[in-house]
Design a protein around this ligand. Structure first.
Ligand code: SF4
Length: 430
């Protein structure tokens, strides 16, 4: 028997707004796929043959001799994923869907597939494949949050094997924990992985690190949960950083996700440890947490100063703060664009990206905006941070979109020196 793993395509900023290419002097970077399919590949019994297709590189709707097609996707890829599901089912294949969007919107996905996996699917995957063999595949499998001690490591070789000269991502995600006890309004992570932080066993983290290092790549730690003081995720992050320091950096880290309140809360020795472990860049989202939301809405001058302090603290520890600004929160108005631009200048941010606030299904914001009848479209391909899909609170949808374009344009117009930076330094995922 054979399973075909498919990573469905989606649009990024420049594809949705081609004018960005005229005034953003950055090199577009097609990043590595999310960990979802590699995690399921790692849990696939050895007697199953495996094939992998990245729909972003070549359209995946081509004939296959696989018996089962498995897709993992988030909201920006949902429209394309459902199209692909229809194609493969018309070819007589069994189609299984999991990941963030199917977990949050299983009823939306169900008519297009044979089975929806809700929650973390690794541990039920072998049983699901046995159900396929017996002809007893069920329409819904509900996993919830798994016992992380039981998890096999992901199998990144399916991704490495799909690379070519045009597509060879420099970094791949490494996960240290799952779940989060906080409820940030725009975040889907607690909804998909549960409200409890669960640290992956160190052996699991090191197995991921080994695969990435042996593949000659760097690791990106995209989630910010490793910085929540006192949590299992934070303890594991510290353990990983210490391991890198004590063993002569056997793995290079491209960046770690963090927020400005987390930088402010982090003891200096934690930031120093990150730097000693080779972390030269943080990936921050401004406008996602209470400090920066208040700073950019203009409602709290003290919050603005605290945000400036956070960026300064990052620089002071030798770590570049690459910041993604989120425009369109409830407190944002047209003046927020100027406040973000001033903030970027005042705090010395050199590299930034800009996103339109997007109410992703399953987030607290999604539930609020649905209840208030403020969702403008359910075309999931537009849920990609580059389109306005809801009615903003203090400006029109058009003003929000224009503000987002102005941020890109004016931030980079004010930094002509960016054009002189190396190609690597000019690389962002836009
Ligand atoms: S943004 Fe980070 S801290 Fe907030 S809920 Fe999501 S994972 Fe937790």
């Amino acid at each position: 028997m054979k399973v075909l793993f498919v990573y469905p395509g989606f649009q990024r900023h420049a594809a949705s707004n081609p004018e960005l290419l005229e005034y953003v002097p950055m090199k577009e970077y097609l990043g590595s796929p999310s960990l979802g399919l590699a995690a399921i590949a790692g849990a696939t019994p050895r007697d199953w043959a495996v094939e992998y297709r990245d729909d972003r590189l070549q359209p995946a709707d081509r004939p296959t001799d696989a018996d089962v097609v498995a897709m993992s996707f988030f909201t920006p890829a949902a429209s394309r994923a459902l199209q692909l599901a229809d194609y493969f089912r018309a070819q007589g294949k069994k189609v299984v869907a999991g990941g963030i969007f199917p977990t949050m919107m299983p009823d939306e996905v169900q008519p297009h597939v044979d089975a929806v996996v809700v929650g973390e699917g690794e541990l039920l995957w072998p049983g699901l494949l046995r159900d396929v063999q017996k002809g007893e595949l069920r329409p819904r499998y509900v996993a919830g949050a798994v016992d992380v001690d039981e998890l096999p490591p992901p199998d990144l070789s399916i991704y490495f094997g799909s690379e070519n000269e045009e597509f060879r991502p420099d970094d791949y995600p490494l996960q240290v924990s799952r779940g989060c006890p906080l409820t940030c309004h725009a975040c889907a992570l607690p909804g998909t992985m549960g409200p409890k932080a669960r640290a992956l066993p160190m052996s699991h983290v090191l197995a991921q690190a080994r695969q990435i290092a042996e593949g000659g790549r760097r690791a990106c730690l995209t989630e910010d949960t490793g910085w929540l003081p006192g949590t299992a995720g934070s303890k594991r992050m510290i353990e990983l950083l210490k391991h890198l320091v004590e063993n002569g950096r056997p793995l290079t880290v491209s960046y770690i996700g963090i927020s400005m309140p987390m930088i402010l809360a982090a003891p200096s020795n934690f930031l120093k440890l990150a730097k000693d472990a080779g972390v030269d860049m943080f990936y921050l989202v401004g406008g996602f947490d209470p400090v920066t939301m208040n700073a950019f809405s203009g409602e709290n001058p003290r919050a603005y100063l605290r945000a400036v302090d956070a960026i300064k603290k990052s620089w002071d520890h030798g770590i570049e703060p690459y910041t993604s600004f989120l425009l369109g929160n409830e407190g944002d108005d047209e003046g927020t664009v100027d406040r973000m631009l001033s903030f970027a200048t005042e705090s010395g941010i050199k590299k930034a990206e800009f996103a339109v606030f997007t109410p992703y299904p399953g987030t607290p914001s999604w539930h609020k905006l649905v209840a208030e009848d403020r969702i403008l479209t359910r075309d999931w391909s537009k849920y990609n941070d580059a389109n306005v899909v809801f009615k903003p609170n203090k400006m029109s949808p058009e003003a929000l979109h224009q503000g987002y374009l102005r941020l890109w344009r004016e931030f980079y117009a004010a930094r002509p020196e960016v054009r002189e930076r190396s190609e690597y330094e000019r690389t962002i995922q836009f």
